[in-house]
Design a protein. Structure first.
Ligand code: SF4
Length: 339
């Protein structure tokens, strides 16, 4: 990232933006000489819209054809007007800390204390931990704070796809580990819920119960990529919590309605379809459906929403209530005797 230059992400008429960066670690010529200036990566990164925007902002103050993180431009005191180096790691560390302080200040100023970033008992975040944090969010928060409008499936495909021609290293490994941990957390929570008598429904409910039964075997034990792959490659354990759609996706490739022919073997949680045979819901999801329906109905009742939008919200609220109703009629608990 520190080696990116202005112009690294050309505008495109259609399709995805690509970022052309350099690699340094393996930049050897045929005689084994290392090129300290690096060489162009064979596989560009696929850029998602917020990244393209960030690059456009950086290009506004980077030197022409210079580095996006040019040290002279980004360091505000006692620096030469023109430099050939980028910011150093230590500078980036302090920028991350400054960003966290700024975000917390803004949250307090807006009265959103729940969004203040708490002090970290393990010290400064630094680059490695920041990257791990990103992986955590990508793996667990479809539509969450980092993913925002970027959809989970797209983000994961976009990030990992850029590494497809290389070994599964760097953030790809982290994504594997965090995705496996997210799966383990989902299954552990489900296992606990079912034990406590929480009901489950949906065409994939039995498969979800079967997967949850295996949760105690690996809960809290995923530390290496190999352990992560053992879980991710096990088709009986591919359960994803889809908070946006108030359901669990018990992924089976053959039954997936979101699957595209060219997609990899992962659900497109952002394109979830309510008639899919991979859906399971618990009482918690049903409660969330009703809560969301109430919020929409309240918005409509407030009469500040214009007519056509109010109609859409009313329709959506009715759909959510119908899904909750369907859960109520189909729910069961594996501990309860069947009639
Ligand atoms: S459509 Fe089916 S496979 Fe795709 S995310 Fe939804 S439940 Fe999963």
């Amino acid at each position: 990232m520190l080696g990116l230059q202005a112009g690294c992400c050309p505008d495109v008429a259609s399709g995805r933006h690509l970022i052309y960066g350099r690699e340094f670690k393996n930049a050897f010529d045929e005689d084994g000489n290392h090129h300290s200036a690096g060489r162009l990566r064979e596989v560009p990164w696929v850029a998602i819209p917020p990244v393209v925007k960030a690059i456009r902002v950086l290009e506004k103050f980077a030197p022409a054809e210079g580095l996006l993180f040019d040290a002279g431009t980004h360091t505000f005191v006692n620096t030469p007007t023109r430099s050939t180096a980028s910011l150093r790691f230590t500078a980036l560390h302090s920028r991350i800390e400054a960003f966290a302080a700024w975000a917390s200040h803004l949250a307090r100023a807006l009265g959103r204390d729940g969004e203040v970033i708490p002090d970290d008992p393990h010290g400064p975040i630094g680059l490695a931990r920041f990257r791990r944090t990103l992986a955590w969010h990508i793996a667990r928060r479809p539509g969450g704070l980092v993913a925002l409008a970027i959809q989970y499936g797209h983000m994961r495909t976009a990030v990992s796809g850029g590494y497809a021609a290389r070994g599964r290293d760097g953030i790809h490994q982290l994504l594997d580990i965090e995705t496996a941990r997210a799966t383990a957390d989902t299954l552990t929570t489900l296992h606990g819920d079912l034990t406590r008598g929480v009901g489950i429904s949906g065409p994939a409910a039995r498969r979800a119960i079967h997967a949850a039964a295996q949760a105690p075997a690996f809960a809290g034990s995923i530390r290496t990529r190999r352990q992560a792959r053992d879980i991710l490659d096990n088709p009986a354990l591919t359960v994803y919590d889809n908070q946006r759609s108030f359901l669990m996706c018990v992924y089976n490739r053959e039954r997936a309605l979101c699957r595209r022919l060219d997609s990899d073997d992962a659900p497109r949680l952002d394109r979830c379809r309510s008639s899919c045979a991979n859906i399971a819901r618990t009482d918690h999801h049903a409660a969330q459906l009703l809560k969301r329906a109430q919020i929409l109905e309240k918005q409509v009742a407030s009469e500040v929403v214009p007519g056509p939008l109010a109609d859409r919200l009313t329709h959506r609220a009715a759909q959510l209530r119908a899904l909750a109703d369907r859960h109520e009629h189909g729910r069961f608990n594996p501990q309860e005797p069947t009639s």
